[in-house]
Design a protein around this ligand. Sequence first.
Ligand SMILES: [Zn+2]
Length: 248
Amino acid sequence: MLIDVHCHLTAPEFEGKVKEIIERSVEAGIRVIVTSGLGYEDGLKALEISDHRIVYPSIGMSPYILKGHEQVIDLIRRESKKIIAIGEVGLDYWYVKNDEERAEQKRIFREFIELSKELDLPLVIHSRSAGKYALEILFEMKAERVIMHAFDGAAKYAVRAVERGYMFSIPPSIARSQQKRKLVKRIPLENLLLESDSPVLSPIAGQINYPWNIVVSAEWIGRIKGISIEKVIEITGDNASEIFDLKL
Ligand SMILES: [Zn+2]
């Protein structure tokens, strides 16, 4: 099954085109799209466009936005039966260089991890330029159901996360990223997922990305591991159903 475990259908780039994009995705063979709402307003929109048949919602916030997380936590609690994951949440040391703000990011991140345990929902983790630090916190807090999305850290850290059963979702930007290819080489297929992160992380820099480009991720994983694309789609689909507990 082709499952896009992480994208943003509510992004401004897709305004007025969501229905069409979902239709084209289904034509391309995609079975499930997990759309991630960022913040309270966008979280509401993600809930609104989800049909729980093809499109499922996840709610989180960009880690570099430090305001309004209480409201997002309330929304997740209130809608916990409707969402299938908390995320994206995490750390971003690329945008935020200041120590005080980084400490605040960590504090908020811990609250989301706590919440994921309380509600027994998987976490989708954003960890731009902070892979090692995000994993340290997740390990320390004994988070179990974890998807590291578009992980940009070193493969050696990823291997430690694999030992704990963490999953890694691979975006189509693998077509232009040596780091992502190294990552795929080191991570077993049983710990890999496909994500588009559309509208960003397209296979070609500067272009708008779409959910169906997860096929590009699948092709690259197959090429690197020397297995068929069908096998990649089958196993990553099983992995996604399992971590999200999808009853398909
Ligand atoms: Zn994202």
